[in-house]
Design a protein around this ligand. Structure first.
Ligand SMILES: *Cc1c(COP(=O)(O)O)cnc(C)c1O
Length: 467
């Protein structure tokens, strides 16, 4: 007997019904469920280009690219076709049994082409977190293979984000995550982030960049360089609040890693695939990483895929001295995911999205954000390619912050949601990372919406007497 299932579409149920079923059965990531149950989730039903629609028919400009990932925008038929073709031909086969599949091979080849020259090999995962778990095991195995098993310690940064698995969350420096579940795991330590507005305003940005990088050197010397395996960082901290480091920071980090022979890992999960105006963030920042984690933009979020680019220097040791690497996932090199990634990267190439960001819409976003600096609520603005941050402050002249308990960022975010704009709040820092396919007119449309929402936030704060 066959069961006929009703098609799952928005018309089939009312918003309220979706919300009730959601709250009865679906545990969301990073969510306070008691709070969500009171409000009800917003049900997103459809998307096209840079816009989303919810179950009530509201149109929303998605200035977060889903979750930093929909680089080519929604509705790209080439990606849909690639998935559908591959699913018909060979939806899945593994790469464990000395077997391989054409899409995984093609994607590996294409990644070697678009990544910096030191990379010609890739290890596939299904997410950024799994990529960073792979990094931890791989760098420790690398040093053990070289006869230096005591090199175990990996240094990350406070307020960095490297995912949510045990190792990913440990590498990251989110205090809220470390407070639950016994993290970080052993052998992972953190230095302060290069956040000039919060930590360095008594220095020039450039001087502070050097100061912040030298916190790494101090920590290496404290631990003993012979015990340090690697340093990991995002070129621009994303989830931490789009914190663009001073231009002096990354070159000094590179110098320090070189000096002590420590592997440099660039977490490119957000910064990769054109986000910063180069293919990868390390190219924008001027570093030559030994390993590079990617996910999100590799498929523009159409299907889960991640991985680690392995430099020739590291790959040689692993291959010649490492023996079998006892690590991998069922879906490492998943053919359907890889086929979508190939179509996505080719589309980025065809549309020239990397130079579109660098020469066209990135500078426009930078100009627009600089002009928002005149707003009474805005204490600092930063952009890098198609990422931007606005720091909301109580007293513009003195740069004084609001009481965090007021949750001014969340209040601003509510005005954005209410006015057809998705902009995220990290504390009182408002951030965007829009799709790279935006036209100049769409950037202007987004900037006008942002200014309007800042004005509405200002008016509400004045009405409440919080200013
Ligand atoms: C999102 C993110 C991750 C984790 O990726 P998942 O696919 O969510 O596991 C890791 N690093 C950075 C920089 C990220 O932004």
């Amino acid at each position: 007997m066959s069961t006929v299932h009703a098609p799952v579409n928005a018309a089939a149920r009312s918003t309220r019904q979706w919300q009730e079923a959601d709250s009865a059965h679906f545990m969301h990531p990073f969510t306070d469920h008691a709070g969500l149950a009171r409000k009800g989730a917003r049900i997103i039903t459809r998307a096209e280009n840079i816009y989303l629609w919810d179950s009530e028919g509201h149109k929303i400009l998605d200035a977060m690219s889903g979750l930093w990932c929909v680089n080519v925008g929604y509705g790209q038929q080439a990606l849909v076709d690639a998935a559908s073709r591959q699913m018909k031909e060979l939806p899945f086969y593994n790469a464990f049994f000395q077997t391989s599949t054409p899409p995984a091979i093609q994607l590996a080849e294409l990644l070697a082409e678009v990544t910096p020259p030191q990379f010609s090999k890739v290890f596939f995962t299904s997410s950024g977190s799994e990529g960073n778990d792979t990094v931890v095991r791989m760098v420790r195995h690398y040093w053990a293979s070289l006869g230096q098993p005591e090199r175990q310690v990996i240094i990350g940064r406070k307020n960095g984000y490297h995912g949510s698995t045990m190792a990913g969350a440990s590498l990251g420096g989110m205090s809220g995550m470390h407070a639950q579940g016994g993290l970080p795991i052993p052998g992972i330590v953190h230095i302060e982030q290069p956040h000039w507005f919060e930590l360095g305003r008594e220095q020039s940005r450039e001087d502070f960049g050097l100061t912040a990088a030298r916190w790494l050197e101090a920590r290496i010397l404290e631990i003993g360089p012979e015990k340090v395996a690697a340093f990991i960082g995002e070129p621009v901290q994303g989830a931490g609040g789009v914190i663009v480091p001073p231009s002096t920071y990354w070159p000094e980090i590179q110098r320090i890693c070189d000096r002590y022979g420590i592997l440099l890992v660039s977490d490119e999960v957000i910064c990769g695939f054109g986000r910063t105006g180069q293919w990868f963030g390390c190219e924008t920042m001027g570093t030559k990483p030994d390993l590079m984690t990617f996910a999100k933009g590799v498929t523009s979020g159409y299907i889960p895929l991640g991985g680690v680019m392995v430099s020739d220097k590291v790959a040689r040791v692993l291959i010649e001295q490492g023996g079998e690497f006892n690590h991998g996932f069922t879906y490492s090199g998943h053919p359907t995911a890889c086929a979508v990634a190939v179509a996505n990267i080719r589309l980025i190439q065809q549309l020239n999205l990397v130079s579109h960001v660098r020469q066209n819409i990135g500078p426009l976003l930078a100009e627009g954000f600089a002009s928002l600096a005149d707003h009474p609520l805005v204490g600092e603005t930063q952009t890098c390619g198609m990422m931007g941050a606005l720091q909301l402050v109580k007293d513009k002249a003195g740069g004084q912050a609001f009481d965090p308990a007021l949750e001014v960022g969340m209040l601003c975010r509510a005005h954005c949601f209410g006015n057809g704009l998705i902009m995220r709040a990290v504390g009182d820092r408002m951030i965007v990372a829009p799709p790279l396919v935006m036209t100049r007119d769409q950037v202007d449309e987004m900037l006008a919406l942002i200014r309007r929402c800042l004005d509405l936030t200002l008016a509400e704060l004045q009405a409440k007497g919080w200013l």
